[in-house]
Each structure stands twice: as structure tokens, then as C-alpha cells.
Design a protein around this ligand. Structure first.
Ligand SMILES: NC(=O)c1ccc[n+]([C@@H]2O[C@H](COP(=O)([O-])OP(=O)(O)OC[C@H]3O[C@@H](n4cnc5c(N)ncnc54)[C@H](O)[C@@H]3O)[C@@H](O)[C@H]2O)c1
Ligand SMILES: O=C(O)CC[C@@H](O)C(=O)O
Length: 323
């Protein structure tokens, strides 16, 4: 790490997960002679902490930290906000644009990691891996049954990089895949051997629904009580996209009353999910927003965003602009 605190125009890295498996992202800054340091706070930042960190920064590299209009307004030297990942729902992109600040991210860098995690969570949910593990460890030796994936229908909602990678994996498990993504031309679905359908049709057809779309600022949950009720009895839901896409109370209720057979959730409306109704819902597998946490994705996200930060600070156009 290059720690040149006190220099002007420095890069401040607030995400704790930056360069966890290789120093190569830090080397991008070192080789470009761009001063860069980690945040003083060794935890995900609250808005006021981010205001303090952003005050003298030329660039911020953030994870899920809230880059609000207040943070942007308090950062007169800021030229670029880099999302160490894909989803920019924690960044007020409109405020950044209005302030002339670039936003960049790392599209594709964590596609494989999240697609693998989605399949891991799906398999864990249907074959009840977590209760089976607990049963063995606690000496009960209960034996669990679950459905096979072959021949079942997977509905992929959001058919971008991760959605398509999940569809390829699901086809490898002999699943039928339908997908909903209103922003893509028909050829994209056809190329992947997937049938395009509307949201309602996908929900009605699915044995498993998996979410892979962004969370739009201020949007209500895509899957509220009414949409969850449209799922087949005994269906499963996997969410590795964003917690705000699902009404957690309605999902917990659908699990408790047995309408859904199970859910696997990596992302929560509020993180950590203290008090979430999912914490004590039955038949859930819950992980701490670590879908992107493969070694390879960690290296790729870090070097991708570091490269674009350096480019913007040198006056070059970024490779992966959001704005
Ligand atoms: N769990 C994690 O750690 C993790 C890691 C990476 C990404 N994510 C989440 O996954 C999302 C998808 O990532 P990606 O790399 O596939 O992004 P992507 O941009 O390649 O794909 C997103 C797709 O969603 C589609 N879409 C947008 N709005 C939609 C809507 N209302 N209904 C249906 N489809 C819609 C877009 O057209 C696009 O094709 C990210 O936005 C992020 O929120 C989570
Ligand atoms: O910042 C993180 O820890 C996860 C980011 C991930 O959800 C993404 O959108 O790429």
C-alpha cells in the first residue's frame, strides 16, 4: 500500500475488501506515482465518516459505503468515485454528474464469482446443506431430502453479465431457463439458449427465481407480497443482486407459511441485516454479501478500478465510465 496521507490529491480507499489477495491493485497506484491510502476507519463507513474521508480526496474507491450528495458536496477536490464492484446504488450518481465528478465501476470483474456463488446458494437451499451440516456437528445425524435441479425451470430476472453466467451454469445442470430483461434485444436470449418472457410469466413458470438486476434509486421492491404470491407453491428464491429488490417481511412470511420452499440470500435491505425478518425465517441460507469475494474477482475489481482512477486523475477518459 502507498500511504502518503497528508499529500493533496490522494486516492482514499474506503472498501475493506480492496487488494485482499494480491497487492497488484496498490501497484497500479504506485507505478503511476499516485498517492493512495486506506481509510482511517477499519469498517464500512457511515455517511459522516465518509464526509471526513472525502474532504481532501481526489478519488474515492468505495464498496458499499453511502456516497451521498452530502459526501459529494463536502469533497471539493473530488474528481472520481470508483465503485469496487458493479452495483452503484450506494452512490448518488446524479449528484456526482451535477458536480462534474466521474463515476467508474468494474463491470465483469466479479461475474464468475457471483454466478458461482448463486449456484452454491441454490444447491445449498435445495439440498439443505446448512441444516445437514449443523445436524452432523451437533451429533443428530438427520438426513435431508431435496429436489433435483434437472428438468426444473429457472427464471433469471436481469439477464446481463451475471444473469447470463448463471443461465449457462443452470443449463449445465439440465435446467430449463427463462429470463426477463426488458433492456435487451431478442438475440441475446437466443444466443444463450434461453427463452425471453415477461416478469409475470417468469414468476409463474419458475421452480427457482434468481435476481441479477441493479437496484434503481428509490424504486419499490421488484418482488413484493403480490409478486411472491404469484410464484408456484414450493418455489425457491435466490437473491445475490440487492436486498432492496425484495420485500423481506413478505419473503419471510411466504417461507413461514410454506408457500415458498426456501430462499438463499446474499444481500439485504440493510447491511448487516440486524433485525431483518429473514434472520429467523425457516429454510433460508444467508451469506454476508460475499458473492463477489473470490480471489480472482478481488484482484480484477481492484486493478480495474485503480486503472480507471489513474486515468481520470491524468485527464484520460475512463475505460468503464458510469458517468
Ligand atoms: N452479491 C454481490 O456481491 C454482487 C456482486 C456483483 C453484482 N451484484 C449485483 O448484481 C447486479 C447485476 O450485475 P451484472 O454484473 O450482471 O450487471 P449487468 O449490468 O451486466 O446486468 C444487469 C442487467 O439487468 C438488466 N435490468 C435493469 N433493470 C432491470 C429490470 N427492471 N428488470 C429486469 N432486468 C433489468 C439490465 O438490462 C442488465 O442487462 C448488480 O447491479 C449488483 O447490484 C451483486
Ligand atoms: O462492495 C462490496 O462489498 C460488494 C459489491 C458488489 O455487490 C457489487 O456490486 O459488485
Amino acid at each position: 500500500m502507498t500511504d502518503m496521507s497528508g499529500s493533496t490529491g490522494e486516492v482514499v480507499v474506503t472498501t475493506q475488501s480492496f487488494a485482499r489477495y494480491t497487492d497488484s491493485p496498490w501497484r497500479v497506484f504506485e507505478e503511476a506515482r499516485v498517492p493512495a491510502r486506506r481509510s482511517r476507519f477499519a469498517h464500512p463507513l457511515a455517511e459522516d465518516e465518509l464526509v471526513r474521508e472525502a474532504a481532501g480526496a481526489a478519488a474515492l474507491v468505495v464498496g458499499l459505503d453511502p456516497v451521498t450528495a452530502k459526501v459529494i458536496g463536502a469533497a471539493p477536490s473530488l474528481r472520481v468515485i470508483a465503485k469496487h464492484g458493479v452495483g452503484v446504488d450506494n452512490i448518488d450518481v446524479a449528484a456526482a454528474r451535477a458536480a462534474g465528478i466521474r463515476v467508474v465501476n468494474a463491470p465483469g470483474a466479479n461475474t464468475t464469482a457471483v454466478a458461482d456463488m448463486t449456484m452454491a446458494l441454490l444447491l445449498a437451499a435445495v439440498r439443505r446443506i446448512v441444516p445437514a451440516h449443523t445436524s452432523v456437528v451437533q451429533g443428530r445425524w438427520e438426513r435431508f431430502f431435496g429436489p433435483e435441479l434437472a428438468g426444473r425451470t429457472l427464471a433469471v430476472i436481469g439477464f446481463g453479465r451475471i444473469g447470463q453466467a448463471v443461465a449457462r451454469r443452470a443449463r449445465g445442470f439440465d435446467m430449463t431457463v427463462v429470463a426477463y430483461d426488458p433492456h435487451l434485444p431478442a438475440e441475446v436470449f437466443a444466443e444463450q439458449g434461453v427463452r425471453a418472457a415477461g416478469l409475470d410469466e417468469c414468476l409463474a413458470a419458475a421452480d427457482v427465481v434468481t435476481l441479477h438486476l441493479p437496484l434503481a434509486p428509490g424504486a419499490p421492491p421488484l418482488l413484493g407480497r403480490a409478486e411472491l404470491a404469484r410464484l408456484r407453491p414450493g418455489a425457491y428464491l435466490v437473491n445475490t443482486a440487492r436486498g432492496g429488490l425484495v420485500d423481506e417481511a413478505a419473503l419471510a412470511e411466504a417461507l413461514r407459511d410454506g408457500h415458498l420452499a426456501g430462499a438463499a440470500v446474499d444481500v439485504f435491505a440493510s447491511e448487516p441485516p440486524d433485525g431483518s425478518p429473514l434472520l429467523d425465517a425457516p429454510n433460508v441460507v444467508l451469506t454476508p454479501h460475499c458473492g463477489a469475494f473470490s480471489h480472482e474477482a478481488n484482484a480484477a475489481m481492484g486493478t480495474t478500478v485503480a486503472t480507471d482512477v489513474v486515468r481520470v486523475l491524468r485527464g484520460l477518459p475512463p475505460v468503464n465510465p458510469v458517468v
